[in-house]
Write a protein that binds this ligand. Structure first.
Ligand SMILES: Cc1ncc(COP(=O)(O)O)c(C=O)c1O
Length: 435
């Protein structure tokens, strides 16, 4: 795309979406019920399997390989890949045309507000673009909070022992350097019988009058536990405690609405479940809390009072092509619909858990309480370590799950997986359990 005007107008719409996906007409509606998988939730059954089979064609994952590890990194659809590559080509070809006029195209990030990308991401989480800072990943978002929130020596924060380092270590750094205190919840492990009430009690049990912040993973990485964020945020608010939600595993997985969640901050890694290009991150902060958050990385606009979240985007030169891809990933996701994605993939998670319950020797390590489950499940097979299960599935059928050590594997279902993929995996796990 050598013509700059067509490129700019292209950015304004949804041009990168392949024709097949560029109108909702494509999103196969019915009458496909005859092909629907009976194990899917009823609202998804109405869509029919043909929709998802068609959608799978938008991905370049090798046909004979099954990828169940979106919890680590997502596989972007073709439209996203093409948008990034096309934009990178455009930059390197047309950069001499760059005239620096304010209303003309720019070729990198770091110095501009990037509103169109913030707006498109905001639309995914029910927010406004001005309340989002774009960054590299969830780890940046967490560190911005940990470093930048007004807290004094002796102030306490509560976090769990299983928080991902990218959801917690910034607070440890602040504790060691500036004397805040991190209070740690020890989560029951395995989490099989965990309940939402128990989780609430665990947070309250570590809370004192000095508590200033609760670090809450929306879904934790190690046990795929979905936390009751609405309840926790409401309790935190009543007590004047800042609720910081780690959405690395939930953005693009659950239908997230930050206002419904009621939290004060939400950060995430769109390169996981939202299937964005690798190296995209975000931090949303409730408008009335932004004045209490200082920038960590400063350049010209670090103290921008009109656009405080832009003040957190002062990272110097960055790669605009990744944001172009992020925008397309947001559009792609929204064309399917967050709730539809959630219903489909949590439906496969349910199918997997039901199947595991029937396999003698299989144990579900993740919670089984309805409100704490999601599209990810951690499970084990008696007598087998995680890497043995992982390698068995790969060597036998090119099915990729992720070992998490002695407890087994983490298995995450996404829109490029199908109930048949889950069936095949369960059949192999049955065989492994017998061996
Ligand atoms: C719950 C959770 N938080 C934070 C992170 C860190 O994400 P990133 O490496 O993209 O910053 C991860 C990564 O797996 C995670 O699972």
């Amino acid at each position: 795309m050598s013509d700059r005007r067509s490129f700019l107008s292209a950015l304004a719409g949804l041009p990168f979406l392949p024709k097949a996906l560029s109108s909702t007409a494509h999103l196969p509606t019915g009458p496909l019920a005859d092909s629907a998988d009976p194990r899917m939730p009823s609202q998804i059954r109405a869509t029919g399997e043909a929709f998802w089979t068609e959608l799978r064609k938008e991905f370049t994952l090798n046909k004979d390989e099954t990828f169940f590890n979106t919890g680590t990194l997502g596989a972007s659809p073709k439209a996203v890949q093409e948008a990034v590559i096309e934009h990178m080509r455009h930059v390197d070809r047309d950069i001499a045309r760059w005239d620096y006029y304010a209303d003309h195209e720019n070729y990198f990030t770091g110095y501009y507000q990037e509103m169109q990308y913030r707006d498109r991401l905001a639309a995914v989480i029910g927010a406004q673009g001005k309340d989002i800072a774009l960054c590299q990943n969830a780890t940046f978002g967490m560190n911005f909070l940990a470093n930048g929130l007004e807290m004094a020596a002796g102030d306490e924060i509560v976090a769990t022992n299983m928080d991902h380092p990218g959801g917690r270590m910034g607070f440890e750094l602040r504790a060691k350097r500036y004397g805040i205190v991190t209070k740690q919840i020890t989560l029951p492990d395995p989490a099989t019988d965990l309940t939402p009430d128990q989780l609430v009690d665990l947070y309250l049990g570590q809370t004192t009058p000095k508590t200033k912040l609760w670090a809450i993973p929306h879904i934790n990485s190690g046990r795929a536990t979905r936390f009751p964020v609405e309840r926790l945020s409401a309790i935190a608010r009543e007590r004047g405690i800042f609720s910081a939600v780690d959405g690395a595993q939930s953005l693009g997985h659950l239908a997230v609405d930050v206002n419904a969640l009621g939290c004060d901050a939400f950060y995430g890694s769109p390169h996981k479940w939202l299937l964005a290009p690798k190296g995209n991150g975000m931090l949303w902060v409730r408008p009335d809390k932004q004045q209490h958050l200082w920038s960590t990385i400063a350049s010209s606009a670090w103290d921008d009072q009109q656009d405080r979240m832009f003040g957190l985007m002062q990272m110097g030169t960055g790669n605009l092509s990744l944001l172009v891809g992020l925008g397309v990933a947001c559009d792609f996701h929204r064309q399917i619909g967050s709730q539809k994605v959630q219903d489909r993939i949590v439906g496969m998670g349910d199918q997997l858990r039901e199947g595991l319950k029937k396999i003698p020797g299989a144990t579900i390590v993740s919670p089984t309480h309805r409100e704490l489950t999601c599209a990810s499940t951690v499970y084990g097979i008696q007598g087998k370590k995680g890497n043995e299960i992982q390698d068995f599935l790969w060597n036998r059928a090119k099915i990729r799950v992720r070992s998490i050590g002695d407890h087994g594997v983490r298995h995450t279902c996404h829109i490029y997986n199908s109930p048949k993929d889950v069936d095949r995996t369960l059949a192999l796990l049955t065989e492994l359990a017998r061996s």
